[in-house]
Ligand binder design. Structure first.
Ligand code: G3H
Length: 195
């Protein structure tokens, strides 16, 4: 069976400041994770003839893949983080303060709530469809380096979680979720490479 390795990008400067969206680079800790991830991937996929590394088009995932060498890399716009529209670049406290109705609406129905001029989780799930089809077709391992909202949706698909849980699934930073699809179903392992 071929594994699919899912991971968020290393910690970014915006993660540190609690800002959503944007296109930030990695913090020192995030940069350290990129090195650890490359080491892990090299060991884990050493015996594989081929494998590919998929990222979003955002810097923080591309930089996280930077030290992984010897495998083809593919950038997918469909793996970009949920588009927070007018809230892009804000902190949750700023949204709560300046746009209390939006904040409340999202809290009430995080799955369906669509950021003004942005996306909802349902939108993200829909745009991931081609990625999922391609993942299912792959015969060799794939490392997917993406973002929290996107990985919640991908993980939910493979782990067969109900839609309503998607926006609340925990996908911690600096952790690899390995999914194996075998004849007996889906198996999962987690590797926490650092805090
Ligand atoms: O920047 C967006 C976050 O990764 C998604 O988090 O949907 O829990 O606000 P949230």
């Amino acid at each position: 069976p071929r594994p699919i390795l899912l991971t968020r990008h290393g910690e970014s400067h915006d993660n540190l400041r609690g800002r959503i969206g944007g296109d930030p680079i990695l913090s020192d800790a995030g940069e350290k994770y990129a090195l650890k991830l490359a080491d892990f991937v090299n060991k884990r996929l050493k015996t594989e003839r081929t494998a590919s590394i998929w990222t979003s088009t955002l810097q923080r995932t591309i930089l996280t893949a930077h030290h992984i060498v010897g495998f083809p890399k593919v950038q997918w716009r469909a793996l970009d983080e949920i588009n927070a529209g007018v809230c892009d670049g804000m902190t949750y406290d700023e949204i709560k303060e300046n746009m209390p109705d939006e904040y409340a609406a999202r809290k009430l129905d995080k799955l369906r709530y669509r950021y003004p001029r942005g996306e909802s989780y349902l939108d993200v799930i829909q745009r991931l469809e081609p990625v999922i089809i391609e993942l299912e077709r792959q015969r060799s391992p794939v490392v997917v380096i993406a973002h929290q909202a996107v990985l919640r949706a991908l993980y939910a698909y493979f782990a067969d979680k109900p839609l309503k849980e998607v926006p609340h699934i925990e996908v911690p930073l600096h952790t690899i979720i390995e999914i194996q699809m075998g004849v007996t179903g889906v198996q999962e392992k987690r590797y926490k490479l650092m805090e």
